[in-house]
Design a protein around this ligand. Structure first.
Ligand code: G6P
Length: 611
């Protein structure tokens, strides 16, 4: 949450920072700001998006080759001009942009107030700016030491870029808990919350570690920890192209990402499924495989859509590998004193690799001796660095806040893991294994077929665009898909929606059904098909409107439902990968028809680095 971009070098900083902030807007878009260092310092900030900041700076001095910018997701204080970053300390000595939360800010604030500090905003960041300044002025130390001393007093998480107005040529960056990447160019440095603002200029990056401080000026970088021990910068090459983070001809990133799924799933297979489509090889967990095979229990931890992927994982691991699975919200798991044993394997799933609750849950399980595997999309992010081993999803950058291709790639990885584990444990015979692997590799083409029904699905979206509520029902593997379908609709169209196990409908939600209630039923041919047909009849008997996702050629449900959307036939364990696609389209089109901001829905952010 919150995006940071900064630059020090010989180029004009303004366009680099503005473009970078636009790339990071998925992290928050309540307000934005920029500080530019020239002969003097100019700070501009306002409520709204980066485009509002651009309008705000129109006609004002924007020169300077050092600067920092911020796009905010409000934690302390409402979105407003005053609460926007950068924050300037009371005597104008320090300028700060911050991603994270200073948990002991109110205690620090009281102390600073007793020393004569007044506050212009409600933010924790302004407290930090004043704390650094107070140390700098009272202890008469240099800016870097003042920053390090201040950070020893801080409890919480931060990605920080700081400028001291007495030393115009220098930027100080620090990280704990919130990501920060340094781009290394020819006598110039870039700083950002992820690599996307940097790739246009350099492919050489340093991922900062927790409690590290970087001091950057033109052509000079010093890395150390808060205790002043020198650290050797580890420069890595990033494999990310501009095309991957461009919207191309699509109206929205979400639509582009829905369409990318045949390719993103292929990319998830790449190098992991043999050419003859008969074997799975997961290099990232090869050493952990014996441990996984012996595990008495698998605990899957995740948040949001990744948690839904985890639920599909539960069905897969229990069916194919016969290992008991618990799927936990990371936020609940970390705070409820869970029983964790040394022979438990914890699988953490995260698109961003930065979700604060998932990261904290991993650290806790690790301390208690469990083996931790990660399934992440963003290479070099915090979660893969905390886990013992893992598998990257390789879905490519996902920019739309509502997750689509990351979900199907996560489910693809979980499916490969479950098949491989079942085979390793001797629970799947050679013939069945080959058949399963082949069926899995057929999925991208089958998704390609579903993508062709977009215009048909758009018509259904038109019919239900004014709904106030919606219900999503599924059984077995398709129950997590119902949850995901409902979440997609809530997130981007602001229609209240609930996902339910179809059989549970009669224990409550059935009371809500009337002629105004669209009920999305995921009802492809599987072992509970007959049961879900009965559930559809129960909805129809109460005049509910049924939109059913069915297996191609299904004539039974066609005669009952108000609308059907067909998907190709597949093994029931693979059906989540197909049936989620029409639900993504439904949410997308309803949101567009309602005039919602599809890629940046209100109040949400893609990378949730606060608890
Ligand atoms: C946010 C995003 C969701 C995502 C969730 C978990 O809520 O909007 O799309 O599923 O965080 O994020 P992660 O990066 O850990 O998968």
């Amino acid at each position: 949450m919150c995006g940071i971009v900064a630059y020090v070098g010989d180029r004009t900083a303004y366009p680099i920072i503005i473009k970078g902030l636009q790339r990071l807007e998925y992290r928050g878009y309540d307000s934005a700001g920029i500080a530019l260092v020239n002969k003097g310092i100019h700070v501009y900030k306002c409520k709204g998006k980066v485009k509002d900041l651009e309008m705000h700076t129109n006609g004002k001095p924007i020169t300077g080759s050092i600067g920092m910018g911020h796009t905010r997701w409000a934690t302390h204080g409402e979105p407003s001009d005053n609460n926007a970053h950068p924050h300037v300390s009371q005597n104008g000595k320090f300028i700060v942009v911050h991603n994270g939360i200073i948990e002991n800010y109110s205690h620090l604030k009281k102390e600073l107030m007793s020393r004569g500090y007044d506050f212009q905003s409600e933010t924790d960041t302004e407290v930090l700016a004043n704390l650094i300044e107070n140390i700098y002025l009272e202890e008469k130390v240099d800016a870097e030491l003042a920053v390090r001393l201040a950070l020893t007093k801080v409890i919480g998480a931060y990605g920080l870029v700081i400028s001291c107005t007495d030393n115009h040529d220098q930027l100080i960056a620090a990280r704990k808990g919130s990501p920060l990447v340094i781009g290394v160019g020819e006598k110039e440095y870039f700083l950002a919350s992820d690599a996307t603002p940097i790739i246009e200029y350099t492919d050489q990056v340093i991922y900062m570690n927790d409690e590290e401080v970087a001091i950057l000026s033109r052509g000079d970088l010093t890395l150390k920890n808060i205790q002043n021990d020198a650290k050797k910068p580890k420069i890595q090459k990033i494999n990310l192209s501009i095309e991957e983070i461009d919207k191309g001809n699509f109206d929205h990133f979400m639509l582009k990402e829905i369409y990318e799924q045949p390719i993103s799933i292929e990319d998830t297979f790449r190098g992991r499924i043999s050419m003859d489509r008969s074997k799975i090889f997961l290099g990232g967990i090869i050493e952990a495989l014996p441990k996984l095979a012996e595990a008495k229990r698998i605990i899957i931890i995740a948040c949001g859509t990744s948690w839904h992927a985890g639920m599909v994982g539960e069905y897969l691991f229990e069916e194919f590998a016969r290992t008991p699975v618990e799927v936990e919200y990371a936020s609940e798991f970390r705070y409820r004193n869970p029983v964790i044993n040394k022979d438990d394997v914890v699988i953490a799933i995260s698109q961003s690799g930065e979700t604060a609750d998932t990261l904290a849950a991993i650290k806790m399980a690790k301390e208690q001796g469990a083996t931790i595997l990660g399934i992440c999309n963003v290479a070099g992010s915090s979660i893969p660095r905390e886990t013992h081993a893992g598998v990257y999803t390789h879905a490519g950058p996902e920019i739309g806040v509502a997750s689509t291709k990351a979900f199907t790639s996560q489910v693809t990885v979980l499916t490969m893991m479950a098949f491989l584990l079942g085979k390793t444990k001797g629970l799947i015979n050679e013939t069945d294994y080959k058949k399963l692997v082949q069926e899995l590799t057929d999925i991208p083409d089958k998704i390609g077929t579903i993508l062709k029904s977009e215009s048909e699905i758009e018509k259904i979206a038109q019919t239900y665009q004014h709904a106030n509520n919606a219900l999503y029902l599924g059984r077995g593997y398709l129950f997590p898909v119902a949850l995901e379908g409902a979440l997609k609709l809530k997130e981007i169209s602001y229609i209240h929606a609930e996902g339910y196990p179809a059989a549970e409908m009669k224990h409550g939600p059935i009371a809500l059904i009337d002629e105004n209630m669209p009920v999305f039923v995921i009802a492809t041919k599987d072992k509970s098909y007959e049961k879900i047909v009965s559930n559809i009849q129960e909805v129809k008997a109460r005049n509910g409107k049924v939109i059913a996702i069915v297996t191609k050629g299904d004539s039974v449900i066609k005669n009952m439902a108000d609308h059907v959307i067909e998907v190709p036939d597949c093994h029931e364990a693979l059906a989540p990968l197909l049936t989620v696609i029409p639900l993504q389209f439904i949410s997308y089109h309803i949101a567009v028809l309602r005039g919602c901001d599809v890629d940046q829905p209100r109040n949400l952010a893609k990378s949730v680095t606060v608890e």
